[in-house]
Design a protein around this ligand. Structure first.
Ligand code: GDP
Length: 415
């Protein structure tokens, strides 16, 4: 997309998880399923992930890139890498700042683990809207209902299931979709396995009806008009219910929960749908605060907010620098205006000018060169000489300094 992007079609998200909960696998599967339409000729039966990932490695782009871009249902999803390990708390902070929403993965056997709690609190600090994915439901000992109970117990949140599992452990075959009230069943567990819709199985009908009632009661409570419609008609349409879930998710009133097994390829497509349906577009969230004046004690919450504005003067935040075989890549989240190859901008944090060389967006299997990048989007710039993580780049006629990273990061006791 080089023309001015429609903000509603962009999602900037992170995926966060306790180590081993399945972040890498889920990211791989997302890249596979979002790339599958233009890869269809390359993916043969029996020619699965390994080959796909091997090709990626050969091309030198990995899923651990600072930000990787993919397409789903006409939307662009930028997945920003959020390091999972506790030692990388500073990095987690940096990345949480530039994303608009997150998939929070927990494991189906253990549920919420200490490190998930730490990451959850960090995401709270930046008001990051979240959807939760309970992964590994195919594993022996996995129990959706136990894992779900740890959300309340350990995180003290209002979690609402959007799905219920069908079958358990090695017999886990799919999910009940509580929004559309239908079953989604995968025909096998390989990469690319097809799914189909079915009636909700008899043994789950009552449970599903109860869970849907809970979903309606919780989701509609955030919207008076929807609640009224519900009282009048006894139900609401799918679009209204989705709108309410999105509203409550963005405000943090409740946290939607989905489930599946990334490894066995069940649940990934509905998870992508949920990213589009419930996580915010760049203009659904408030924007970014300007930095407090140097050496002055101010209430950070009172500082002005720069809204995401495609028509404003350019402003963006550098959130990650990486060196690869192509040179130094500076990953920038653009909040305002547009930046084109060859433009000169001011590094307002340091007070010097920088010239933008080439602009790229990273995909799973290629890097795409762009001529320009717009507010709401994320791209990597080549050619910056002295810009560090956390620096603001801005049009010199409106030299705003965006929120600084606060260091040192408070130590969070997880013992
Ligand atoms: P990360 O540390 O969160 O990135 O976790 P990984 O994605 O690397 O997964 C850790 C291990 O769990 C790997 O051996 C995966 O193959 C395995 N794994 C991931 N997802 C699933 C799943 O849905 N089911 C099962 N059984 N194993 C999984």
């Amino acid at each position: 997309m080089s023309a001015k992007s429609d903000l509603s079609l962009i999602r900037n998200i992170g995926i966060t998880a306790h180590i081993d909960a399945g972040k890498t696998t889920t990211t791989e599967r997302i890249l596979y399923y979002t790339g599958v339409s233009h890869k269809i000729g390359e993916v043969h039966e029996g020619n699965t992930t390994t080959d796909y990932m091997a090709q990626e490695r050969e091309r030198g782009i990995t899923i651990t890139s600072a930000a990787v871009t993919c397409e789903w249902e006409g939307h662009r999803i930028n997945i920003i890498d959020t390091p999972g390990h506790i030692d990388f708390n500073i990095e987690v902070n940096r990345s949480l700042r530039v994303l608009d929403g997150a998939i929070f993965i927990i494991e189906g056997v253990a549920g919420v683990q200490p490190q998930s709690e730490t990451n959850w609190r960090l995401a709270d600090r930046y008001n990051v809207p979240r959807i939760i994915f309970i992964n590994k439901l195919d594993r022996t000992g996995a129990d959706f209902y136990y894992a779900f109970s740890t959300l309340k117990e350990k995180l003290d949140i209002v979690a609402i299931p959007l799905q219920l599992p069908i079958g358990a452990e090695e017999n886990f075959v799919g999910v009940v979709d509580l929004i559309e009230m239908r079953a989604i069943v995968w025909e096998g567990g390989e990469l690319g396995a097809k799914f189909h819709y079915e009636e909700i199985p008899d043994d789950l009908k009552e449970k599903a009806a109860e869970a849907r009632q809970n979903l309606l009661d919780t989701a509609l409570s955030v919207d008076d008009a929807a609640m009224e419609e519900y009282f009048d008609k006894g139900d609401v349409d799918v679009a209204t219910l989705k709108r309410c879930i999105k509203k409550g998710t963005i405000k943090g009133d409740f946290r939607p929960v989905l489930c599946g097994t990334a490894f066995k390829n069940k649940g990934v497509q509905p998870l992508l749908d949920a990213v589009i349906d419930f996580l915010p577009a760049p203009d659904d969230v408030e924007g970014i605060r300007i930095a407090p004046p140097e050496d002055e004690e101010v209430d950070e919450n009172k500082l002005p907010i720069i809204p995401v504005d495609p028509d404003g003067k350019f402003a963006g935040l550098a959130f990650k620098i990486i060196n690869d075989k192509y040179g130094t890549l500076t990953f920038v989240r653009v909040y305002r205006g547009v930046l084109r190859t060859g433009d000169t901008v001011l590094n307002t944090t340091k007070g010097h000018k920088e010239r933008i060389g080439r602009i790229f967006q990273m995909h799973a299997d290629k890097r795409e060169e762009l001529k320009e990048v717009h507010a709401g989007d994320i791209a990597a710039f080549v050619g910056l000489k002295d810009t560090q993580t956390g620096d603001t780049l801005a049009d010199s006629s409106d030299p705003v300094v965006l929120e600084r990273m606060s260091f040192p990061i408070p130590v969070i006791d997880i013992s």
